[in-house]
Design a protein around this ligand. Structure first.
Ligand code: OGA
Ligand code: NI
Length: 348
């Protein structure tokens, strides 16, 4: 079990140090691993969110088609013209960094036992279950349906409230666009997933410089549990997504928001939209900070493949996933090791 933060560990090492053996990931155990395909970076879809609500019907339907295609073929896209002011994203990253720089006495309890604790600070992913730890510290805060915030830094609360408000607008636009892409009625997806009470978790990730970046991982391959995650970085790259069996390095368009489709949208769309496997790599030069907003249905929603989409499927109207309450899925996932799309495969 990791007993302290990666921030502390990295500060105790220098550039020529070997990292402790319980941070060494063995790549050869993973058969899908290939080198990052940088040439594919060029084809990562970019979606202009403002066009989803354009007054021009042709522009609008083209944008919805593009979004639908990105969700089906990549499970990932970069959102531009998304309506979140750049200064606000910047502010949220800076205040997250301030949080990690606080003394331990000013932070919430390190590694609380309960995974539904609304404000959680910790390291790696699940240090009690995993054999190899990740080069990452995190802060996870439930911000909807009930808003929480760490006590310090003092300005965190107001920044997070503002960020949540803007993010909810974006979530609304995305859900509407996806629902149209899937051929559903207005409001149908929102109702089925009880989006008015939707769970939103704000996550700040800290990846300090690592003297042996090729041996460690910020986060191993995994998919996220919600509907989709909205990620913003501090200008330092590190996210890789799996596409057609290759790892594609994501070089974010400046000011963009990285969107990855997650397990519950794959379930709801009966597999039409793909929950993308992704990981975070580390480097030996600069500290990387990313802030993620995980957007799920409401915790009490039992999510099943949308009946209308099952009927439309060619080759038999069979739901490909068993219904499960989002809360139970989340508890199950959080109490296991991170291992690709393992948990999603189990409900198939
Ligand atoms: C996550 C995640 C990737 C990153 O928080 O679930 O995948 O690049 N983060 O920080
Ligand atoms: Ni993730």
């Amino acid at each position: 079990m990791a007993s302290s933060s990666i921030k502390k560990l990295s500060e105790s090492l220098n550039l020529t140090s070997n990292i402790p053996s319980n941070y060494v990931h063995y790549y050869f155990e993973n058969p899908t691993e290939t080198t990052a395909a940088d040439d594919l970076q060029d084809s990562i879809p970019i979606i202009d969110i403002s066009l989803l609500t354009s007054d021009d019907p042709d522009q609008r339907s083209k944008a919805i088609q593009d979004l639908d295609k990105a969700c089906q073929e990549w499970g990932f896209f970069m959102a531009v013209n998304h309506g979140i002011p750049e200064e606000l994203m910047q502010k949220m990253i800076e205040i997250s960094e301030e949080f990690f720089n606080l003394g331990e006495e000013d932070k919430p309890e390190f590694e609380p036992k309960n995974v539904l604790e609304p404000v959680r600070y910790g390291t790696s992913f699940n240090t009690a279950q995993e054999e190899v730890h990740c080069w990452r510290d995190f802060l996870k805060v439930f911000v909807h349906p009930h808003f929480h915030s760490p006590q310090k830094p003092q300005a965190f609360r107001d920044a997070l409230l503002e960020y949540r408000a803007k993010m909810r607008e974006l979530v609304g636009k995305l859900v509407k666009g996806m629902s149209q892409g899937l051929g559903l009625e207005d409001g149908e997806m929102e109702a089925a997933l009880d989006m008015g009470s939707s769970l939103q978790i704000f996550i700040a990730n800290l990846y300090p410089p690592c003297p042996q970046p090729e041996l460690a991982l910020g986060l191993p391959p995994h998919s996220d549990h919600g509907l989709f995650t909205l990620l913003v970085e501090n200008g330092v790259c590190g996210l890789q997504i799996e596409h057609h069996g290759k790892w594609v390095h994501v070089n974010a368009v400046p000011g963009s928001i990285l969107v990855n489709i997650s397990d519950h949208l794959e379930i709801f769309s009966n597999g039409k939209y793909k929950s993308v496997s992704h990981k975070a790599v580390v480097n030996d030069g600069r500290t990387r900070i990313s802030i993620a907003m995980v957007n799920g249905p409401s915790l009490d929603t039992e999510v099943c493949p949308c009946p209308k989409l099952v009927q439309k499927d060619i080759g038999g109207a069979i739901p490909a996933y068993v219904p499960m309450k989002y809360k139970e899925y989340l508890l199950y996932k959080q109490s296991n090791r991170l291992d690709g799309k393992d948990i999603l495969t189990q409900v198939k």
